[in-house]
Design a protein around this ligand. Sequence first.
Ligand SMILES: *Cc1c(COP(=O)(O)O)cnc(C)c1O
Length: 392
Amino acid sequence: MKLKEQKISKTIKKTILLNPGPSTTTKTVKASLLQEDICHREGSFAAITRKVADDLVKIVHGKKGEYVATLFAGSGSICIDVAVGSLIPDGKKIMIVNNGFYNDRAMQAAEYYRIPVVNCAFDILTLPDLDVVEKTLAANKDDVAAVYMAHQETGTGLCNPIREVGAIAHKYGKIFISDTTSTLGIIPIDVYKDNIDFCMASSQKGINAFTGCSFLIGKVSEIEKTKDYKPRSYYCNLWRQYSYFKEHGEMNFTPPVQIIYSMQQALKEHFAEGEKAKYKRFMDITKIIREEAAKMGLEELLDPKITTGLVIAIKYPEDKKFDFKKVHDYLFKEGITIYPGKIGNLPTFRLCNLGANTPADVKAAMKELKAALKACGCKVPIVKAPGCKCGK
Ligand SMILES: *Cc1c(COP(=O)(O)O)cnc(C)c1O
């Protein structure tokens, strides 16, 4: 491994990803990709997959036997597809607490599968009103099978109250599904305390491995109930993948072998750092991003109090010279990636803290952001020209 890492330092440019996934990986995770060719049906590889699945359950503090991780080859949205398509029996509805782009993705998945939805919609810039959530569920309690809500709405950085909404779902005997794709592995999650029956994420976000493997962690007793549900998809089917894994100890179809190697290494690093220390490192970085952005006169879209701190949505500065593309391109040349995000008619860009970055890396990146704004012709700190139709 040591030799491979040294080679990576010499041959691969170091980049800092501040986009909403994929996230920066460590050198050791990069090195883990390079292994001898192997057929995924060999026992030694299957053992790695099983260990990865067990470790994923450990991240959210599920007990073995009570919760299980089912792996799919695909980007994070495959788990939205699988969860929505597999957990609602025919004739029942899914209730979606809907305040953003990612909850809307679940709405779309339901529409594709012709699953009726109770759309419990809220403004995308605010937290859901829990009284309204409860009243909506109470009014539909005979029809709804599951309540669904994303933990972090990655478009805005909004932190949804999973524990409270999970409790409401359970009060009415419904399962609670949460899209935790952009928080799991960074923000501590406990499936018992947070009232989660199903949660999901993918290899390239908080785990900080490579893109291509996603997983749905769920309560075994609830998965067992879906055995006789009419399947809506051949490939994106939880029961099929779960039961095959249970029987054979490996994925039904060809797994993303190298990605699983990278997950194995990333999980090792996750547990070596520890949940608390890892979360603290990310929050230290958030503080740097917020402080440096404020010094530059950049304004956040949301009150930090209602955000996770992992996605910081910044309003386009009110300076006529500001041009997102120019700022992006300047930074990209320096090995730093930032990401646009149009939210309604509010032009924003996002500084995301989801990867294996160090506080020093991000401090340096923020310095470059200042240089990029200046290179674009903006005054820094920003001098507001109120009412200007700024930002391209
Ligand atoms: C990234 C993300 C996904 C998955 O997106 P893909 O592009 O399919 O990887 C799903 N939900 C949330 C909340 C996300 O942040």
